[in-house]
Design a protein around this ligand. Sequence first.
Ligand SMILES: Cc1ncc(COP(=O)(O)O)c(C=O)c1O
Length: 387
Amino acid sequence: MFAKRIIKLLPSPTIAIDVKAKAFKRQGIPVINLSVGEPDFQTPENIKKAAHRAIDEDYSFYTAPEGMIEVREAIAKKLFRDNKLVYDPTEIIVGSGSKQLLYTAFQVLCDKGDEVIIPVPAWNTFVEQVKLAGSKPVFLYLKPPFKLTATAIKKVITPKTKVLLLNSPSNPTGAMIDSRELKKIADFVVEHNLLIITDEIYEKLTYTQKHISIASLNDQVKKQTITINGVSKAYAMTGWRIGYAAGSKEIIEKMKALQSQLLSHATAIAQVATIEALNGDQKSLEIMRKAFAKRRTFCIKELAKVKELSFTEPEGAFYVFISIEKLLGKKYNTATVWAEALLDEEKVAVVPGEAFFYPGYFRMSYAASDEDLKEAMKRIKKFITKS
Ligand SMILES: Cc1ncc(COP(=O)(O)O)c(C=O)c1O
């Protein structure tokens, strides 16, 4: 009955764990949910007010498929201010979350027989979306500290390679590509005439170095790059579903055509709120980043005390990717069963490494309150003594 591509499609494992954790919560079970990648902060007041105004001013009609001109202008301004990227609004598309724009980009660029290099550990969605486009995801396995290098890319490139996927800071490791390496990668991509899809959704959440957009390095690499970002993580707006992509006009035109047949456009009210998010008062952004930085420090300190665990200190995002290899083979054989037992017995939800194509690890999010993180660390330590 089903199309082949759908039979093979796997649902998001992170969302599945989140659903289970939320179901426990509804039953009154005191679960601590460190599974999903979602800031626990509320959307800043100035952004909420802009949305209220949009409702009052009747932003209730269809917009252009690529998004309102005002929001694309706001994005162009943001890309110039924050990322040293010069884009005309005609080279920008607004969508219903960066996830949807990633999907659209893969659909527009990738065919059967094409290969997409994906550095692993990787967010599961990249892989499923590449497969949905009929292309082959080529895993580039990185070892701790999970740093992508041009040399590593060289080893997996083939004549069929069409796209290199970048995600810095990375989900799930929080690793960033160092600036010197980024330049080498840009040169490599230009030399081999590849395309880059760069997911920069965590750009604002960095703790050790500043994020650099690869498209800002030179004009040629810019031509070959689609930069994807959104307001979900930086502005605590996950539920508003706004993402955006910037790239050459011809690519954006095709993405626009597909989007016009798929969703028409992103919600008008959320588009108006995005103008305020990107170009209004940016104070809340730094407040949230500092809170994440503090929680990161706490988690690193606590996790370092547990000899059974090992991890690389994350440079960005709000995750720690932790090895439990020393624990496996006793009571539990895989990270998946270990994480399931942690949820069932201690009511802490984390995501097993298998969800990122990296067994033997789990990902915990520190986008949770200080109290929850403290309690979660206690429960994880208790669970480890039993594993
Ligand atoms: C790497 C990465 N990209 C994109 C997204 C999705 O963001 P959005 O809410 O804009 O669809 C996530 C969410 O977990 C993510 O981890």
